[in-house]
Write a protein that binds this ligand. Structure first.
Ligand SMILES: NC(=O)c1ccc[n+]([C@@H]2O[C@H](COP(=O)([O-])OP(=O)(O)OC[C@H]3O[C@@H](n4cnc5c(N)ncnc54)[C@H](OP(=O)(O)O)[C@@H]3O)[C@@H](O)[C@H]2O)c1
Length: 276
């Protein structure tokens, strides 16, 4: 069966899906994957990319007016918004002591405030429909303070708490929200991170951790595998608050944090990060 015929057959399950951060990495792979499956996909990012499978609405998601305009544009093509995937995000590396207020705000403004802005923009439609699903892309690193990535961990962790809270608030309208915690995925996230200058006392340990974190990303899971996982997640009826996707060695860090004595857990983390 041709691709077009497959898409047509799937049209009965066709959903309108908004994904942020679709100009690269996970967002691009996801938008193409869901578009190929026959869904109507809108990608929101500052750069536009050409694709046969989804339409980019050029949007800086930290700008309230641009977000409202993009959502209005989506609603013009049909009156529904079935799924929102808050994927746009950025990393931040450096020592806590060296981090500037401006850099911290940049990361929180995108990873937390940007995601919240999208949720509040789609919720009136989802509440009216009495149906909707929102996936907030988080990180396994949101469950623990990662060395030299403290503010990245904190921004994703803050988003997780908002996810947990909003689940109670929007449940009466059958709107479901979850955090999807990812392990390392092979994308350009390292190039796009905010990198603070690292002062001399931290340089030696920072360099070790930095090299390691970049090698983890380069050896990470392929973005298309995340897309396949999300496709299955969207099809599930009832969602839990948290889902974890990544290599076993990374996912296991989450239960271990709660099961092991704190000092033992910390020394394992030091070993993992080559800090011992
Ligand atoms: N890669 C990993 O190992 C990993 C692990 C855990 C979690 N994650 C999370 O996965 C998500 C996707 O990351 P990725 O790895 O695919 O990174 P990426 O390749 O750097 O993609 C980031 C995307 O976010 C978009 N973006 C950045 N600022 C934006 C803004 N102001 N408005 C709209 N879009 C904006 C970028 O597009 P424009 O620059 O065109 O705007 C880009 O498409 C992030 O939330 C990240 O934290 C990634």
């Amino acid at each position: 069966m041709s691709d077009a015929a497959k898409r047509l057959r799937m049209n009965s399950n066709r959903k309108t899906i908004i994904i942020t951060g679709t100009s690269s990495g996970i967002g691009f792979a996801l938008a193409e994957y869901l578009g190929k499956k026959g869904h109507q996909v809108f990608g929101l990012s500052r750069k536009t990319v050409e694709s046969l499978y989804f339409k980019t609405l050029q949007t800086d998601i930290t700008d309230h007016t641009q977000v409202q305009k993009a959502i209005a544009e989506v609603l013009k093509t049909g009156s529904r918004i079935d799924v929102l995937i808050n994927n746009a995000g950025m990393g931040m590396v450096g020592a806590i002591e060296d981090s500037t207020k401006e850099d911290i705000w940049k990361v929180f403004n995108l990873n937390l405030v940007g995601a919240v802005q999208l949720m509040t923009a789609v919720l009136p439609t989802m509440r009216m429909q009495k149906d909707g699903k929102i996936i907030n892309i988080s990180s396994i690193g949101s469950e623990m303070g990662l060395p030299f990535r403290g503010f990245y961990s904190a921004s994703k962790s803050a988003l997780d708490k908002v996810t947990e809270a909003i689940r109670y608030e929007v449940d009466p309208w059958n709107v479901q929200v979850c955090s999807l915690h990812l392990g390392d995925i092979k994308t350009k996230i390292a190039e796009n991170r905010v990198r603070t200058s690292v002062s001399e006392p931290y340089q030696k340990t920072f360099n070790k951790v930095y090299e390691l974190m970049n090698s983890h990303v380069n050896e990470g899971t392929e973005p298309v595998d995340v897309a396949e996982y999300i496709d299955k997640l969207i099809a599930k009826d009832r969602w839990k608050a948290h889902y974890y996707f990544g290599k076993f060695g990374q996912k296991i860090g989450v239960p271990l944090k709660w099961l092991l004595p704190q000092n033992l857990y910390e020394s394992l983390m030091k070993k993992y990060n080559k800090l011992d």
